[in-house]
Design a protein. Structure first.
Length: 244
């Protein structure tokens, strides 16, 4: 075999052994990491982000960003930024280690929960096998309160993330007010009460997004925020006859 053929064969072997473009080494699907560490995994449509929740903590990870939220704090991660591929978010081993540390600080009270490397992993729900849709999303303002009532239907026994977004003005970008976690009942129904703090601006549009696991379609509903007692005639609010 001449030298050219040898070099060509060697180059072909190197190319064949190289990782496929776009598939980075030492990455993990976040849905699998969440299941292993005992987090509930929810896709947040408005933010194009993923929320990982367990008792006492919510972690929000966004594709292409090396900053992530842990409850009300913003932290930075080591290694490459997460990226979306094949309907899941892929993260580095360094972020997996951080998530493992966070999970250890917020132990779950759920018996039999599994962690990476511990038997019992099969007891966790395989999030990649869940499918369905959230429907019947109903939102209404509670009279006399700065709160709204949210209810709907989803596949049974799933985590539901309620994200509240306010639109104040055409000149102001939308503002995410809060995120809340509920779980659908055995019949798939869920209901919760959500504060509108700090978006108390009357006439603003409140958008409620209910999302869940990657295979479950989210739902959205909107209302216009009114005064807490908008439909009540209160004598103290009336102008005296002498100045009408």
């Amino acid at each position: 075999m001449n030298q050219f053929a040898i070099r060509a064969a060697f180059a072909a072997a190197v190319i064949a052994a190289a990782p496929v473009a776009g598939i980075a080494a030492h990455e993990s699907a976040l849905s699998k990491v969440a299941a292993d560490l005992g987090f509930d995994y929810s896709y947040l449509g408005p933010e194009d982000a993923v929320a990982l929740t367990r008792p006492g903590v919510t972690v929000v990870v966004r594709p292409g960003e090396r900053l992530f939220d842990v409850n009300d704090r913003t932290e930075s991660m080591d290694g490459p930024a997460p990226r979306f591929s094949h309907t899941d978010l892929f993260v580095s081993d360094k972020l997996v280690d951080r998530l493992r540390q966070i999970a250890a600080r917020y132990p779950s009270t759920v018996p039999g929960e599994s962690t990476i490397g511990i038997a019992g992993e099969a007891a966790r729900t395989d999030v990649t096998s869940v499918s369905g849709a959230i429907g019947g999303l109903a939102v209404s303002q509670i009279a006399g309160e700065q709160e709204i009532s949210v209810s709907g239907k989803a596949p049974a026994n799933l985590p539901i993330t309620i994200t509240l977004v306010s639109t104040f003005s055409v000149e102001v970008p939308d503002v995410e007010l809060s995120r809340h976690e509920v779980t659908s009942d055995t019949d798939g129904s869920f209901k919760t009460t959500v504060s509108v703090a700090s978006g108390y601006y009357r006439g603003s549009i409140l958008t409620v997004i209910a999302s869940s696991l990657p295979g479950v379609s989210s739902a959205k509903s909107q209302i216009v925020l009114k005064a807490p007692n908008d439909n009540v005639a209160i004598p103290a609010d009336q102008e005296p006859k002498g100045i009408r």
